[in-house]
Design a protein around this ligand. Structure first.
Ligand code: ADP
Ligand code: ZN
Length: 628
C-alpha cells in the first residue's frame, strides 16, 4: 500500500492536506520530524498513515486519557487496530492489551509519558519492534510553554533504553521558536524535518466585540448560531457557573465544565456535549485539550484569555470539519485586571526554576498579555494580526473578520487624534494615568463622580470632543492603541500611555487616516452581516435526516456521533447524493471499512429521501437549490 491508498481506504480522504505528505515521506524514509500545525490541520494523519506502512508498532505519547480514548475509538472505527494503556484500565483489559501488542495485533499503541519507563512497558518494548514514537502535543516538553508536563522529559531516556532507536515524530500547534528549540533538544531529535504549515484557518471568522453588556452580546451570538454547537470559555469557575445557569434559565441546553467539579460531572457534561445532547458548554480553559468534536460552530470567549497562543488554541476548536465557524471574543478592560491578578498569583508548578527564571517567565507572561490586549483593541484585520503574531505573512484585508466585515468610511482624523493624545498627555502631567473609559468621559465632558473626584473637569482637554459620538470616539481610541500611538499598560486598570510614535501626531507632522463605522449603521444591520455565513448549499432537511441515522449508529456502536462520520462527510453526501457503494466511497471521509459498517444505512436513507421528495439527485452547484 501507499500513503495515498491508506488515506483513501481507511480514512476515506482523497488528498493530503498541506504538509502531511512531506512529513509522512520523511518518516517512511526513516527520518525524524517536527510538525507544527494549527489545531484541526490534521496532525494525527501524519503518524497514523505511516504507522500502517512500517514494520513494527507505533507508540503514541499523549497527555490525556480522554484524548487517547477518543483517537483509539476513531481508529478502531476506521478499521485500524489501536489500543491505549492508561491508569483507568482494569487489570484484565490492561493485560489483554499487552498480549495483543505482543501478538502483533496492534499497530498504534497510545500511552501517557509517565508510563514509558515502567518495568511492564519496558519489557513490552523489549519484545516487540518499535518502528516509531510519535509525540503528540510536544509543547508539553517546554517549560516556556503553558502546558509543561514533567513526564514528557522522560521520553528521551525511554528512547535510549529501546534496543533500536525508532523514528521520532513530534507534533504541536505551538509555533514559537523557544518551544521548537526545546522540543528538538529535549527529545534529541536527529536532523528532523521541521515543517510549519499555514496557520490560517480560512473557515474561521474572527470577531472582537467590546460590549457594555456582555451577556446580551452572548445572546446575540447564540441567536445567529441557532441550534449550532458551541463553547463559551470563561475566565473563572465562578463565571463559568454563572453563565451556564443564566443560559439554562433562558431556555438553552447548556452544561458547565471546570476543574472544581467532580470527575463524574465533568465526564458526564463533556459526553453530553460531544454527543450533541446539549448545545452549549461553558468552560474554563481546563476544557478542550484533546476534544476532537468536529462540528463546533462557534467559540465565544466571554473574557479575554491570557495570550494569543491560548486564544488561538481554544478558538481553533471551532470549525474542525472545515465548515464556516465563528470565534468571538467579548472584551472588557476588566479582563486585563483579572489576567494580571492571575499572572501575579500564578504558582509555578515546578520548583526547578530559579528566582531569575521565575522573573523571566513572568515577564514573558506580561508580554503575551500585552499582545492579547492589542488584539482586543484592533480595528484593522484580525486575521492579519493573528498570522503575523505567529510569524506568517498575510494580506492586510481578509474579508472574513469583524474588522473587514464592518462597513466603514475613511476619514481624516488628525485633529481628534491630537485631542485624544494630548488629553493623555495632560493627565500624565498631573502624575496620573487613566483607562480608555475615563479618557472618553473627559473628552466628552461628562460629569461623573469619579471624574470629579480626580479633578479632571479642570483639564484643558475636558469636553474637547463633546460633539463626537461615543461609538466613534471609542473606536478612535482603539485605533490609536492598535496602531501603537497609545499603549495599554498591563496593570489592573488598563491605563493608557503615550508612545514615542505619538509625538509626530501631536506636533502636526503626521496625518492620521481612520476607517470608522458608518454613522447610521444599525446594530441589526451589523447582526445580519455577521450572521451571513458562506452557504454550502446543502438540503437542510436531508442533512437532519442523515444526522438521525448517524445518531442511531453511534448509539449502537457506543461511540460519539462524530466518530461515525463528521458533519462535513454528511454534507458531502447531501450534495453528491451517492446511490451505490462505489459512489459512496467517493464521499470525503468514507473509507472501505466504514463503507462496510455504515454505508448501507446511509444509502437507504438517501434512497428513501429521493423517493419522498420525488426529485432527481442534486448535481447542482452549491447554492443553486438542489432538491428543495
Ligand atoms: P489536529 O490534531 O491537527 O488538531 P486532527 O488530526 O484531529 O487535527 O484532524 C482534524 C480533522 O481533519 C479530523 O476530522 C481529520 O479526520 C480531518 N483530516 C485530516 N487530514 C485530512 C485530509 N487529508 N483530508 C480531509 N480531512 C482530513
Ligand atoms: Zn480581516
Amino acid at each position: 500500500m501507499t500513503p495515498q491508498s491508506v488515506l483513501k481506504e481507511y480514512f476515506g480522504y482523497d488528498r493530503f492536506r498541506d504538509g502531511q505528505e512531506a512529513l509522512i515521506a520523511q518518516i517512511l524514509a526513516g527520518g525524524d520530524v517536527l510538525g507544527i500545525m494549527p489545531t484541526g490541520a490534521g496532525k494525527s494523519i501524519c503518524y497514523q498513515v505511516p504507522a500502517m506502512l512500517m514494520t513494527g508498532i507505533t507508540i503514541v505519547v499523549s497527555p490525556l486519557i480522554s484524548l487517547m480514548q477518543d483517537q483509539v475509538a476513531a481508529l478502531r472505527d476506521a478499521g485500524i487496530p489501536a489500543a491505549c494503556l492508561h491508569s483507568n484500565l482494569e487489570q484484565n483489559a490492561y493485560f489483554d492489551t499487552l498480549d495483543a501488542v505482543r501478538n502483533g495485533e496492534i499497530r498504534l499503541l497510545y500511552a501517557a509519558p509517565e508510563r514509558l519507563l515502567t518495568d511492564a512497558f519496558l519489557s513490552l518494548t523489549d519484545s516487540v519492534a518499535v518502528a516509531m514514537v510519535a509525540v503528540d502535543e510536544a509543547h508539553c516538553l517546554s517549560q516556556w510553554g503553558q502546558d509543561f508536563r514533567p513526564g514528557y522529559l522522560e521520553i528521551a531516556s525511554f528512547l535510549e533504553q529501546l534496543p533500536r532507536r525508532p523514528v521520532v515524530a513530534a507534533f504541536t500547534a505551538t509555533a514559537t521558536q523557544a518551544v521548537r528549540d526545546d522540543i528538538r533538544r529535549l527529545l534529541k531529535l536527529r536532523e528532523p524535518l521541521e515543517l510549519v504549515t499555514g496557520f490560517d484557518r480560512k473557515n474561521l471568522r474572527w470577531i472582537v466585540e467590546r460590549p457594555t453588556k456582555k451577556y446580551e452580546a452572548l445572546l446575540r451570538i447564540l441567536k445567529r448560531n441557532k441550534n449550532k454547537s458551541g463553547i463559551v470559555y470563561c475566565i473563572s469557575r465562578r463565571v463559568t457557573e454563572e453563565i451556564c445557569s443564566k443560559l439554562c434559565a433562558d431556555g438553552f441546553r447548556a452544561v458547565r465544565y471546570h476543574a472544581g467539579l467532580s470527575a463524574e460531572e465533568r465526564t458526564a457534561n463533556q459526553e453530553a456535549f460531544l454527543r450533541d445532547e446539549v448545545q452549549i458548554i461553558t468552560a474554563t480553559n481546563a476544557f478542550g485539550m484533546g476534544i476532537d468534536k468536529s462540528n463546533v460552530s462557534f467559540v465565544v470567549h466571554y473574557n479575554m484569555p491570557k495570550s494569543m497562543e491560548a486564544y488561538y488554541q481554544e478558538a481553533g476548536r471551532a470549525g474542525r470539519d472545515g465548515m464556516p465557524a465563528e470565534c468571538t471574543l467579548l472584551y472588557s478592560p476588566q479582563d486585563i485586571r483579572t489576567n494580571m491578578f492571575l499572572i501575579e498569583n500564578s504558582e509555578q508548578e515546578n520548583d526547578r526554576l530559579t528566582p531569575a527564571e521565575r522573573a523571566a517567565v513572568k515577564q514573558k507572561d506580561i508580554e503575551r498579555l500585552q499582545a492579547m490586549i492589542r488584539y482586543c483593541s484592533l480595528t484593522d484585520c484580525l486575521r492579519h494580526f493573528i498570522l503575523r503574531y505567529f510569524g506568517e505573512q498575510a494580506p492586510t484585508h481578509c474579508g472574513n473578520c469583524g474588522s473587514c466585515l464592518a462597513e466603514t468610511e475613511i476619514v481624516d482624523a488628525t485633529v481628534p487624534a491630537q485631542k485624544i493624545l494630548s488629553c493623555v498627555y495632560r493627565v500624565a502631567q498631573r502624575g496620573r494615568h487613566c483607562g480608555s473609559r475615563m479618557l472618553c468621559d473627559i473628552l466628552q465632558g461628562r460629569d461623573t463622580k469619579q471624574l470629579r473626584e480626580a479633578g479632571y473637569q479642570t483639564l484643558s482637554t475636558y469636553g474637547l470632543l463633546g460633539d463626537l459620538s461615543r461609538v466613534h470616539l471609542e473606536h478612535m481610541v482603539s485605533i490609536l492603541i492598535s496602531r501603537g500611538y497609545l499603549l495599554t499598560d498591563a496593570n489592573q486598570y488598563a491605563t493608557l500611555s503615550l508612545t514615542a510614535k505619538a509625538n509626530a501626531v501631536l506636533r502636526g507632522q503626521e496625518q492620521v487616516q481612520m476607517a470608522l463605522p458608518l454613522r447610521d449603521l444599525k446594530q441589526t444591520k451589523r447582526e445580519q452581516q455577521l450572521a451571513n455565513m458562506p452557504d454550502y448549499g446543502v438540503d437542510e432537511e436531508l442533512f437532519q435526516k442523515l444526522r438521525r441515522v448517524r445518531e442511531k449508529l453511534a448509539a449502537r456502536e457506543f461511540v460519539p456521533a462524530y466518530i461515525v462520520f463528521s458533519d462535513a462527510t454528511l454534507r458531502d453526501m447531501c450534495s453528491k447524493r451517492p446511490r451505490n457503494e462505489e459512489e459512496m466511497l467517493a464521499i470525503s471521509g468514507v473509507g472501505k471499512y466504514k463503507m462496510d459498517k455504515y454505508g448501507e444505512a446511509f444509502l437507504m436513507a438517501l434512497a428513501e429521501y429521493e423517493g419522498e421528495a420525488g426529485s432527481p439527485r442534486g448535481q447542482f452547484p452549491p447554492g443553486a437549490g438542489g432538491a428543495d
